[in-house]
Unconditional design. Structure first.
Length: 403
């Protein structure tokens, strides 16, 4: 008896076939979007002449393939932030940063006079983002952005960044050949995405070009302009490492629970160095920050801390920049309190705790398995309500109790 042949799975398209689809996409989809965004056809064709797909970039979903499945949350372990603050690396960055701060002192004074951002902060971001401009930028940004706009997991975002890059080329800021960046499309010494370049890059050396690839004055002033337009408050510090006394709950964390520094002092919070808070800060708002709950350094941060997060939305990044800037400006050192081991909590464990807290009426923020400040303080509030000393951080014993 004859049987019907088994259906065979359709083979994934070859790279040549994908490239042909890419060329069609440029004409059919990208050009209309670029035209709607104000790009001239001649500039469009010139910028994309020679553009090619880079199949080696991460987070790609080539046509004919399925997007990656969401990672099993149980595979994501949390560990102490200590590794992020590698002391050898920070010491090296600070030493180089101090040398460069001296070398570029006149430029930094001009920038601080213009924008009100301390030079040490600019040097710290410069060092963290591109190794003070020494990091290699091996990718043609147009290739990266076009590849990701065509077949990444975030196509709309990268298509808009690609159109921003085309505006840069059309306006004469930089040629497509010289627009070099990272694997994610971040450009130059400040590592700006093209949309950020258009908003924040400045010509500070007066040569008529906003050159964040080769000009140190342009790069540092562009970082300053970014911070100012993101809300930088002139004359304020970024924050202070503190000690929270027993009897004062760590569950007061968060930018939505700001209080004047004088009130925090009245509540018993002190700088861990023993020095008083600057008098100029007394009447100004500040926020408690405990990124590892009571298992690590504790901070009182100003709105400028959250401006760092506009550059990179991570508490640890912002703390890194603040600590490095202090080392460059004042010879500061590591945070005084240690980052303690946090056990082997899994993302799925935190997710289960968040769901349990939400069921009891707590606001944990996004229920995503990540212990953000709303989750941390909700844990602290739940602990206090149940007769426990607040630690404001998820742990295995709390998971067993929170059901």
């Amino acid at each position: 008896m004859l049987t019907a042949p088994l259906a065979t799975a359709k083979a994934a398209p070859s790279r040549d076939e994908i490239d042909a689809q890419f060329r069609q996409w440029i004409t059919r989809d990208l050009w209309p979007a670029a035209q709607a965004g104000g790009i001239n056809r001649t500039a469009f064709d010139k910028a994309l002449q020679g553009v090619r797909l880079n199949f080696d970039l991460p987070d790609l979903v080539p046509p004919g393939t399925a997007p990656p499945k969401e990672q099993n949350q149980s595979q994501a372990e949390f560990s102490s932030p200590a590794a992020y603050f590698n002391e050898k690396r920070l010491q090296g960055l600070a030493a180089t940063g101090r040398t460069l701060a001296s070398q570029h002192a006149a430029t930094l004074r001009r920038i601080e006079k213009t924008y009100g951002v301390p030079g040490s902060v600019l040097i710290a971001i410069w060092g963290r983002e591109s190794g003070f401009g020494r990091a290699k930028l091996p990718y043609r940004a147009i290739d990266v952005l076009a590849t990701k706009a065509f077949m990444s997991t975030r196509k709309p975002l990268f298509q808009q960044e690609l159109i921003s890059a085309l505006h840069m080329v059309e306006s004469g800021d930089v040629s497509a050949e010289k627009m070099m960046g990272s694997w994610a499309g971040a450009l130059g010494q400040p590592q700006f995405m093209p949309s950020s370049y258009l908003k924040y890059a400045v010509d500070f050396d007066g040569d008529g070009t906003r050159d964040i690839w080769n000009s140190v004055p342009d790069s540092l002033a562009s970082i300053a302009n970014y911070l100012v337009k993101s809300g930088w408050q002139k004359g304020r510090d970024w924050g202070f490492e503190i000690s929270i006394p027993q009897g004062v709950s760590c569950a007061q964390e968060g930018p939505d629970r700001a209080k004047p520094v004088a009130q925090w002092t009245k509540d018993g919070l002190e700088r861990i160095t023993g020095k008083p808070f600057p008098e100029a800060e007394a009447a100004l708002p500040a926020m408690m920050l405990v990124p590892a709950g009571t298992h690590g350094p504790e901070f009182l941060v100003t709105p400028n801390f959250y401006v760092f997060k506009e550059y990179n939305n991570s508490d640890l990044y912002a703390l890194f920049i603040g600590n490095l800037a202090d080392r460059i400006a004042f010879g500061g050192s590591a945070f005084r309190a240690p980052w303690e081991p946090l056990g082997k909590m899994l993302r799925s464990d935190v997710l289960a705790m968040q769901k349990a807290l939400v069921a009891q009426g707590y606001d944990v923020g996004k229920v995503d398995g990540l212990p953000g400040f709303k989750t941390r303080r909700s844990i602290g509030e739940w602990q206090a309500k149940n007769g426990l000393a607040p630690t404001c951080y998820p742990s295995a014993d709390l998971k067993a109790m929170l059901r």
